[in-house]
Design a protein. Structure first.
Length: 256
Protein backbone atom coordinates (compact mmCIF):
# COMPACT_ATOMS: atom_id res chain seq x y z
CA UNK A 1 0.00 0.00 0.00
CA UNK A 2 1.33 3.44 -0.91
CA UNK A 3 0.98 6.53 1.24
CA UNK A 4 -2.29 7.68 -0.32
CA UNK A 5 -4.05 4.32 -0.46
CA UNK A 6 -5.85 5.12 2.79
CA UNK A 7 -8.26 7.34 0.85
CA UNK A 8 -9.81 4.26 -0.76
CA UNK A 9 -12.85 4.70 1.47
CA UNK A 10 -13.55 8.11 -0.07
CA UNK A 11 -14.21 6.49 -3.44
CA UNK A 12 -16.87 4.22 -1.95
CA UNK A 13 -18.41 7.13 -0.06
CA UNK A 14 -18.58 9.32 -3.17
CA UNK A 15 -20.16 6.53 -5.21
CA UNK A 16 -22.68 6.09 -2.43
CA UNK A 17 -23.45 9.83 -2.33
CA UNK A 18 -24.00 9.83 -6.09
CA UNK A 19 -26.33 6.83 -6.11
CA UNK A 20 -28.28 6.78 -2.85
CA UNK A 21 -29.89 10.27 -2.81
CA UNK A 22 -31.48 10.00 -6.28
CA UNK A 23 -32.61 6.45 -5.58
CA UNK A 24 -34.17 7.54 -2.30
CA UNK A 25 -35.88 10.51 -3.95
CA UNK A 26 -37.20 8.21 -6.66
CA UNK A 27 -38.56 5.82 -4.04
CA UNK A 28 -40.20 8.62 -2.08
CA UNK A 29 -41.70 10.19 -5.21
CA UNK A 30 -43.14 6.78 -6.09
CA UNK A 31 -44.78 6.77 -2.63
CA UNK A 32 -43.04 3.58 -1.61
CA UNK A 33 -43.75 2.86 2.03
CA UNK A 34 -40.97 3.20 4.54
CA UNK A 35 -41.62 -0.33 5.71
CA UNK A 36 -40.94 -1.56 2.18
CA UNK A 37 -37.75 0.48 2.03
CA UNK A 38 -36.61 -1.10 5.29
CA UNK A 39 -37.28 -4.58 3.93
CA UNK A 40 -35.50 -3.77 0.67
CA UNK A 41 -32.43 -2.41 2.46
CA UNK A 42 -32.31 -5.42 4.76
CA UNK A 43 -32.40 -7.79 1.78
CA UNK A 44 -29.73 -5.80 -0.06
CA UNK A 45 -27.41 -5.82 2.95
CA UNK A 46 -27.89 -9.56 3.39
CA UNK A 47 -27.32 -10.04 -0.35
CA UNK A 48 -24.03 -8.14 -0.17
CA UNK A 49 -22.91 -10.29 2.77
CA UNK A 50 -23.79 -13.42 0.79
CA UNK A 51 -22.01 -12.07 -2.29
CA UNK A 52 -18.90 -11.39 -0.27
CA UNK A 53 -19.00 -14.86 1.22
CA UNK A 54 -19.28 -16.44 -2.23
CA UNK A 55 -16.32 -14.43 -3.51
CA UNK A 56 -14.29 -15.54 -0.50
CA UNK A 57 -15.19 -19.17 -1.05
CA UNK A 58 -14.11 -18.84 -4.69
CA UNK A 59 -10.70 -17.59 -3.62
CA UNK A 60 -11.06 -13.95 -4.61
CA UNK A 61 -8.06 -11.70 -4.04
CA UNK A 62 -7.94 -10.14 -0.58
CA UNK A 63 -7.57 -6.60 -1.94
CA UNK A 64 -10.53 -7.18 -4.25
CA UNK A 65 -12.59 -8.19 -1.25
CA UNK A 66 -11.46 -5.35 0.99
CA UNK A 67 -11.60 -2.42 -1.44
CA UNK A 68 -14.51 -3.38 -3.71
CA UNK A 69 -17.58 -1.17 -3.59
CA UNK A 70 -19.84 -4.18 -4.10
CA UNK A 71 -18.29 -5.91 -1.08
CA UNK A 72 -18.24 -2.94 1.33
CA UNK A 73 -21.31 -0.86 0.54
CA UNK A 74 -23.34 -2.84 3.07
CA UNK A 75 -21.96 -0.53 5.79
CA UNK A 76 -23.39 2.78 4.45
CA UNK A 77 -26.59 1.00 3.47
CA UNK A 78 -26.88 -0.28 7.03
CA UNK A 79 -26.59 3.35 8.10
CA UNK A 80 -29.53 4.18 5.81
CA UNK A 81 -31.54 1.36 7.33
CA UNK A 82 -30.77 2.54 10.86
CA UNK A 83 -31.79 6.08 9.90
CA UNK A 84 -35.18 4.80 8.74
CA UNK A 85 -35.59 2.69 11.86
CA UNK A 86 -34.63 5.52 14.20
CA UNK A 87 -37.27 7.78 12.64
CA UNK A 88 -39.96 5.67 14.31
CA UNK A 89 -41.21 6.27 17.85
CA UNK A 90 -40.15 3.43 20.11
CA UNK A 91 -42.19 1.89 22.89
CA UNK A 92 -40.56 1.53 26.29
CA UNK A 93 -40.13 -2.22 25.84
CA UNK A 94 -38.51 -1.73 22.44
CA UNK A 95 -36.19 0.88 23.93
CA UNK A 96 -35.16 -1.58 26.62
CA UNK A 97 -34.39 -4.21 23.97
CA UNK A 98 -32.45 -1.62 21.97
CA UNK A 99 -30.35 -0.74 25.02
CA UNK A 100 -29.62 -4.42 25.58
CA UNK A 101 -28.66 -4.67 21.92
CA UNK A 102 -26.32 -1.70 22.37
CA UNK A 103 -24.58 -3.41 25.27
CA UNK A 104 -24.20 -6.57 23.19
CA UNK A 105 -22.86 -4.44 20.34
CA UNK A 106 -20.23 -2.91 22.62
CA UNK A 107 -19.10 -6.38 23.64
CA UNK A 108 -19.02 -7.54 20.03
CA UNK A 109 -17.06 -4.52 18.84
CA UNK A 110 -14.53 -4.71 21.67
CA UNK A 111 -13.99 -8.38 20.94
CA UNK A 112 -13.42 -7.65 17.25
CA UNK A 113 -11.04 -4.78 18.00
CA UNK A 114 -8.96 -7.04 20.22
CA UNK A 115 -9.07 -10.24 18.19
CA UNK A 116 -9.51 -9.47 14.49
CA UNK A 117 -6.83 -8.94 11.85
CA UNK A 118 -6.91 -7.82 8.23
CA UNK A 119 -6.76 -11.36 6.87
CA UNK A 120 -9.37 -13.05 9.09
CA UNK A 121 -11.75 -15.04 6.91
CA UNK A 122 -14.57 -14.31 9.36
CA UNK A 123 -14.52 -10.63 8.40
CA UNK A 124 -14.95 -11.36 4.70
CA UNK A 125 -17.71 -13.89 5.13
CA UNK A 126 -20.06 -12.19 7.55
CA UNK A 127 -17.85 -10.14 9.85
CA UNK A 128 -18.04 -6.77 8.10
CA UNK A 129 -21.82 -6.93 8.03
CA UNK A 130 -21.88 -7.81 11.73
CA UNK A 131 -19.62 -4.81 12.36
CA UNK A 132 -22.03 -2.57 10.47
CA UNK A 133 -25.04 -3.93 12.37
CA UNK A 134 -23.34 -3.61 15.76
CA UNK A 135 -22.15 -0.06 15.06
CA UNK A 136 -25.58 0.90 13.74
CA UNK A 137 -27.41 -0.47 16.77
CA UNK A 138 -24.97 1.26 19.11
CA UNK A 139 -25.36 4.66 17.43
CA UNK A 140 -29.14 4.24 17.17
CA UNK A 141 -29.33 3.45 20.87
CA UNK A 142 -27.28 6.42 22.06
CA UNK A 143 -29.08 8.73 19.63
CA UNK A 144 -32.41 7.60 21.07
CA UNK A 145 -31.28 7.51 24.70
CA UNK A 146 -28.35 9.91 25.18
CA UNK A 147 -28.78 9.70 28.97
CA UNK A 148 -28.20 5.95 29.03
CA UNK A 149 -25.03 4.52 30.53
CA UNK A 150 -23.46 4.04 27.11
CA UNK A 151 -24.61 7.46 25.98
CA UNK A 152 -23.01 9.13 28.97
CA UNK A 153 -19.83 7.11 28.52
CA UNK A 154 -19.55 8.12 24.89
CA UNK A 155 -20.12 11.76 25.88
CA UNK A 156 -16.87 11.71 27.85
CA UNK A 157 -14.85 14.68 26.62
CA UNK A 158 -11.69 12.82 25.45
CA UNK A 159 -13.85 10.54 23.29
CA UNK A 160 -15.78 13.51 21.95
CA UNK A 161 -12.55 15.29 21.08
CA UNK A 162 -11.11 12.27 19.29
CA UNK A 163 -14.44 12.00 17.48
CA UNK A 164 -13.98 15.54 16.18
CA UNK A 165 -10.57 14.79 14.70
CA UNK A 166 -11.24 11.12 13.89
CA UNK A 167 -11.46 11.34 10.13
CA UNK A 168 -8.37 13.51 9.88
CA UNK A 169 -6.59 11.03 12.14
CA UNK A 170 -7.71 8.22 9.84
CA UNK A 171 -6.25 10.02 6.82
CA UNK A 172 -3.01 11.23 8.37
CA UNK A 173 -1.89 8.28 10.49
CA UNK A 174 -1.09 6.02 7.53
CA UNK A 175 0.88 8.75 5.77
CA UNK A 176 3.05 9.15 8.86
CA UNK A 177 3.41 5.42 9.42
CA UNK A 178 4.62 4.92 5.87
CA UNK A 179 6.90 7.94 5.46
CA UNK A 180 8.17 9.07 8.85
CA UNK A 181 10.61 7.39 11.20
CA UNK A 182 11.33 8.80 14.64
CA UNK A 183 13.35 5.80 15.75
CA UNK A 184 16.58 7.77 15.77
CA UNK A 185 15.04 10.18 18.27
CA UNK A 186 12.81 8.04 20.49
CA UNK A 187 14.07 4.52 19.83
CA UNK A 188 11.54 1.80 20.64
CA UNK A 189 8.89 4.44 21.26
CA UNK A 190 8.79 5.11 17.51
CA UNK A 191 5.25 3.77 17.00
CA UNK A 192 3.83 5.79 19.89
CA UNK A 193 5.68 8.90 18.74
CA UNK A 194 4.20 8.56 15.26
CA UNK A 195 0.75 8.10 16.78
CA UNK A 196 1.18 11.27 18.84
CA UNK A 197 2.36 13.08 15.72
CA UNK A 198 -0.69 11.88 13.83
CA UNK A 199 -2.96 13.19 16.60
CA UNK A 200 -1.25 16.60 16.50
CA UNK A 201 -1.46 16.83 12.71
CA UNK A 202 -5.11 15.70 12.72
CA UNK A 203 -5.96 18.27 15.39
CA UNK A 204 -4.25 21.02 13.39
CA UNK A 205 -6.12 19.88 10.29
CA UNK A 206 -9.43 20.04 12.13
CA UNK A 207 -9.00 23.43 13.77
CA UNK A 208 -7.26 25.17 10.87
CA UNK A 209 -9.06 23.63 7.88
CA UNK A 210 -11.97 21.27 8.53
CA UNK A 211 -13.85 23.36 11.09
CA UNK A 212 -14.06 26.29 8.67
CA UNK A 213 -15.99 24.09 6.27
CA UNK A 214 -18.11 22.19 8.79
CA UNK A 215 -19.33 25.51 10.15
CA UNK A 216 -20.82 26.27 6.74
CA UNK A 217 -23.53 23.66 7.29
CA UNK A 218 -25.11 25.84 9.97
CA UNK A 219 -26.23 28.16 7.18
CA UNK A 220 -28.74 25.58 6.02
CA UNK A 221 -32.14 25.48 7.69
CA UNK A 222 -32.25 21.70 7.99
CA UNK A 223 -28.91 21.63 9.82
CA UNK A 224 -30.13 24.27 12.28
CA UNK A 225 -33.33 22.35 12.98
CA UNK A 226 -31.76 18.94 13.43
CA UNK A 227 -28.95 20.26 15.61
CA UNK A 228 -31.53 20.78 18.35
CA UNK A 229 -33.14 17.35 18.05
CA UNK A 230 -32.26 13.81 19.06
CA UNK A 231 -28.95 13.08 20.69
CA UNK A 232 -26.36 15.71 21.20
CA UNK A 233 -23.41 15.89 18.79
CA UNK A 234 -21.22 14.93 21.71
CA UNK A 235 -22.77 11.47 21.90
CA UNK A 236 -22.52 10.94 18.16
CA UNK A 237 -18.86 12.02 18.12
CA UNK A 238 -18.10 9.62 20.96
CA UNK A 239 -19.85 6.84 19.08
CA UNK A 240 -17.74 7.56 16.03
CA UNK A 241 -14.41 7.39 17.81
CA UNK A 242 -15.45 4.14 19.51
CA UNK A 243 -16.58 2.41 16.32
CA UNK A 244 -13.57 3.60 14.30
CA UNK A 245 -11.60 0.98 16.22
CA UNK A 246 -13.39 -1.68 14.21
CA UNK A 247 -11.03 -1.21 11.33
CA UNK A 248 -8.96 -4.40 11.21
CA UNK A 249 -5.34 -4.09 12.13
CA UNK A 250 -4.35 -3.98 8.47
CA UNK A 251 -1.86 -1.19 9.00
CA UNK A 252 0.22 -2.99 11.61
CA UNK A 253 -0.10 -6.28 9.71
CA UNK A 254 1.08 -4.86 6.41
CA UNK A 255 3.81 -2.63 7.83
CA UNK A 256 5.39 -5.46 9.80
Amino acid sequence: MDSTSIIWSLSIEEQFYLLWPPLLLLALSARIRRSHLKIALTLIVLGIALHRGVLWAQGADLNRMYYGTDTRVDAPLMGCLMALLSASQLKSRTKALLNIGALASVGCLVWLIVSSTFTDSFLYREGYTIVAVAAGVLIWSVADSPESIIGRALSWYPLRWFGLISYGLYLWHWLLLRNVSLYGIVGDWDTWAKFASAVLVAAASYYLIERRFTNLKTRFGYARRTSMKGSSPTVKEGSLVFTVGLLPREMSDQSS
